[in-house]
Design a protein around this ligand. Structure first.
Ligand code: GLN
Length: 285
């Protein structure tokens, strides 16, 4: 079968199980399965995949039709235009989390050459720390996580993206046991309220680790903890950037204000939802 025939067959199968955007999805799946860019699929309609490639296409299509996200099937996700490997202990990085990188760069402005010290709390795949180290060539940083198998993935990702010499990964529960101070602290903690578990997309529940998703009954448990521990980890005049869930902006802001922080700015995602909060320590506290 040629690529055009495969595309039609895949689209047909996807339509049958109720997928939307089947043309785009079919192209992504084919490209990923034969390990080529999407443009190759468009430009080589009469290419006939090898028997080995055909087997991968069939296997991956069967998994995709059952609802597994393509990033999980590939074990790979692009974030901040960099490749990240995933395993079952790491959250699949979401595009809106790139706002954390944008927020840090906005605050840093022209000072990108400084030897910034970065800390990523709950690093998972390492996507936040590694993207920042990739941008800030003289920075170094630490990624912590409670899950050892996420940390080994983060370590591999640091190597894959050429920042391993400037990255250090350590097991810790939200910074417990760490004595250093950092100029910039970022975190995308689990923030989904447990009560929303039933309404969550099936694929998220099935393929993202629950530990990386749920933040207690109202979703705010980790923020309360972070507001308490970050003051001990932040260097004077340091920056804190956090991702938050829908509708959590006011509550998270108060949790941090109560601990002596002031809010610097808020970034909204493409849907207009307040998604990223930036804080610094109040100079008078
Ligand atoms: N820091 C990682 C990310 O943003 C993991 C976050 C998490 O597991 N909640 O993707």
């Amino acid at each position: 079968m040629t690529l055009t025939e495969w595309r039609k067959a895949i689209e047909g199968a996807m339509i049958q199980v109720g997928f939307s955007q089947t043309s785009q999805e079919a192209k992504w799946l084919l490209g990923a399965a034969i390990n080529r860019e999407g443009a190759f699929i468009t430009l080589n309609p009469s290419y006939t995949p090898t028997p080995l490639e055909e087997k991968t296409i069939q296997d991956w299509l069967a998994r995709r039709l059952k609802g597994e996200p393509l990033s999980r099937i590939k074990g790979m996700r692009e974030f901040w235009s960099l490749p990240f490997q995933l395993n079952e202990h790491t959250l699949d990085p979401r595009p809106e989390s790139e706002l954390i990188i944008e927020a840090v760069l906005k605050w840093i402005g022209p000072c990108s050459k400084e030897p910034w010290r970065l800390l990523d709390l709950g690093t998972g795949s390492g996507c936040l720390l590694i993207s920042l180290l990739h941008e800030l060539k003289n920075a170094s940083g630490m990624g912590v996580d409670i899950e050892e198998k996420a940390l080994s993935m983060a370590q591999k990702n640091a190597e894959l993206n050429g920042v391993l010499p400037r990255a250090h990964f350590q097991i810790s529960n939200w910074g417990e046991g760490i004595r250093e101070k950092f100029d910039i602290i970022v975190s995308n903690p689990p923030y989904i309220p447990l009560q929303e578990k039933e309404t969550l997309e099936k694929a998220v529940l099935a393929y993202d680790p629950a530990q990386a998703l749920f933040g207690g009954e109202n979703g705010l448990d980790c923020y309360a903890l972070l507001a308490k521990t970050i003051p001990h980890l932040l260097a004077p005049k340091g920056l804190v950037v956090l991702e938050i869930g829908m509708g959590q902006s006011a509550s998270v802001t108060s949790l941090f204000q109560e601990r002596g922080f002031q809010r610097l700015f808020v970034l909204k995602d493409l849907q207009g939802i307040e998604r990223t909060l930036a804080f610094e320590m109040n100079p008078t506290s």
